[in-house]
Design a protein around this ligand. Structure first.
Ligand code: 5GP
Length: 191
């Protein structure tokens, strides 16, 4: 998605070798006109897939998922990060290792909001090592719902998550795929 790539080139900053900061428009301050275009593009790519629910993970995915959902006319469910040890029963739970925070946490979704009969599109801001997306796909399979695919805003294609998930047969659509990046050289995309 050209508009998104231009914005990343213009306003994104690279920290170290593998963290892309896009907090001026994507995951802290949020450019809602850009989100609108992102939502339209996800709709175009997943048109006709029968999506009736969007699943994301708190916090950064929520805003993007909500704007996208206006195009799919469906509810958004966000997986909550939970510290609680006592979570069995009313929820689906999966373990996720956070890329940005370097720790492990559980994510949970109430059984009330996901189940057989749902056709789920997962949406998230970044795909890096794939742990967040794997956790979300795990929740979908526990629920018996069908997975239409995953819509990712920025995939860091030099990290292994995207390849691993596609190898499992999951349809992953990324709007910008970063081939390489550096603090001095900026950001290069795969196409
Ligand atoms: P993964 O689980 O695929 O390793 O990482 C995905 C999650 O980590 C995303 O939900 C995102 O919040 C965060 N993340 C991964 N890489 C980056 C990055 O380069 N920049 C930012 N801002 N967040 C990232």
């Amino acid at each position: 998605m050209e508009l998104l790539k231009q914005r990343i080139r213009q306003d994104g900053t690279v920290k170290g070798t593998d963290v892309l900061k896009v907090d001026s428009f994507l995951n802290h301050q949020m450019d809602i006109d850009l989100f609108e275009e992102i939502g339209k593009e996800f709709k175009r790519r997943f048109e006709g897939c029968g999506v009736n629910k969007i699943l994301t993970i708190e916090a950064s995915g929520i805003g993007i998922a909500c704007i996208a959902a206006r195009h799919f006319h469906c509810p958004v469910v966000f997986a909550k990060k939970s510290q609680s040890k006592n979570i069995a029963g009313a929820v689906y739970a999966a373990r996720v290792e956070s890329f940005t925070h370097g720790r492990v946490y559980d994510v949970i979704v109430s059984r009330k909001f996901l189940g057989p009969g749902d056709r789920v599109l997962i949406i998230d801001d970044f795909l890096a090592n794939g742990a967040a997306l794997e956790g979300l796909t795990d929740l979908v399979s526990q629920s018996g719902a069908q997975l239409a695919g995953a819509g990712i805003v920025i995939e860091k294609a030099f990290q292994p998550g995207g390849d691993r998930l596609r190898a499992k047969g999951i349809r992953v659509e990324s709007l910008a795929r970063v081939k390489s990046m550096s603090e001095t050289g900026g950001v290069e995309f795969t196409d």
